[in-house]
Design a protein around this ligand. Structure first.
Ligand code: PBG
Length: 325
């Protein structure tokens, strides 16, 4: 009797065997593409820290949305970049504001074939760049912000959005938005809650993409990277308030948090592979330091394996194509 008799390698011996015993797969329908649209642009404009990502014009957004749906992605998350900003972020609730008109455009273009999501947060619209409105002392006023989020949700729902993505991290935001949507006759609008959102350095390139005006940081409302119990508390509150899907963000540096969240809730769990995660791989690949395609698929597989059913990623279209090959 030779040793060893138990040989795990036996199951890795051929591609068909590996395929048969594979535990985790990523499907195009599980990927959501974040997209930026800027008011007044005639042509799409590249975002330098996110190679391959652009700020769209209204026209190019429509076309890119159709291409993404064609590639098989499961949904689109739209972020608006207004031409002007003010302290209350009034563009967010204006029916003619860039995000609301873009939602209308995309719903008209592909609304029957995909899930159209809108970012629900004030940071792209405020002149100070915070996710909420400010109190006289300059702090972010939680409850005054909730009233703005309620109006923003109703404006997006009126524009036809299927899912509102609550990314502002205000206490009580899910409950307030749910009640406002129901009251306004939009009981079927889905709430994707960024239940767990860390105050992360990985959002750097996104802030270029939305031309964020933020000075300072978001540590009074986003979470401390070292905390996981706090993440579970945030998730429990959002579920109790009526969240339909909960999200963890960023993804790769927080896979343990993602696994913990996935094991505690029975609603779908999403993860956001954020701008810095994308930029990091793109920069290394551009230097020839990483095999770009293999790295992209490995990161997505890892996020899926940790428990995310849905992944927001700037590689959604490309990954969908790679996965179909
Ligand atoms: C806030 C928001 C942010 C991101 C998504 N929604 C920025 C922030 O909190 O500073 C970051 C996404 C990314 O980095 O890709 N509206």
């Amino acid at each position: 009797m030779g040793f060893p008799e138990i040989r795990p390698r036996r199951l890795r011996g051929s591609e068909p065997l590996r395929r048969l015993v594979g535990e985790t797969t990523v499907a195009p329908r599980e990927l959501v593409l974040p997209m930026f649209v800027k008011e007044g642009l005639a042509e799409p404009r590249p975002v330098s820290s996110l190679p391959g990502v652009v700020q769209h014009s209204r026209e190019s957004l429509r076309k890119a949305a159709a291409d993404a749906v064609q590639a098989g992605v499961g949904g689109l998350m739209i972020f608006g970049v207004p031409a002007t900003r003010d302290p209350d972020g009034s563009g967010a609730t204006d029916p003619d504001g860039i995000l609301n008109v873009a939602i209308r455009d995309v719903v008209e273009e592909v609304g029957g074939a995909t899930v159209v999501m809108g970012d629900l947060c004030l940071d792209e619209f405020t002149s100070h760049g915070h996710c909420g409105v400010l109190a006289p002392d300059g702090s972010v006023d939680n409850d005054a912000t909730l009233a703005r989020y309620a109006d923003m949700a109703v404006a997006q729902a009126a524009a036809g959005v299927h899912v509102v993505g609550l990314s502002g991290m205000m206490d009580g935001q899910v409950g307030v938005v749910r009640a406002a949507l129901d009251r306004a006759g939009h009981p079927d609008t889905v709430i994707l809650a960024y239940a767990v959102k860390y105050a992360s350095a990985f959002y750097g390139p996104f802030r270029e993409a939305v031309e964020s005006a933020l000075v300072g940081d978001r540590r009074t409302y986003q979470q401390d990277p070292g905390n996981v119990r706090e993440a579970l508390r945030e998730v429990a509150l959002d579920v109790a308030e009526g969240a339909d899907i909960v999200m963890v963000k960023p993804a790769l540096p927080y896979l343990d948090v993602l696994a913990a969240v996935a094991s505690t809730v029975d609603i779908p769990v999403a993860a956001y592979q954020v701008s810095g995660e994308y930029a990091m791989v793109e920069a290394a690949a551009a230097n020839g330091w990483l095999d770009r395609e293999r790295t992209i698929l490995e990161t997505l597989t890892s996020i899926r394996r940790a428990g995310a059913q849905i992944i927001l990623t700037y590689w959604a279209v490309e990954a969908a194509r790679l996965l179909r090959r």
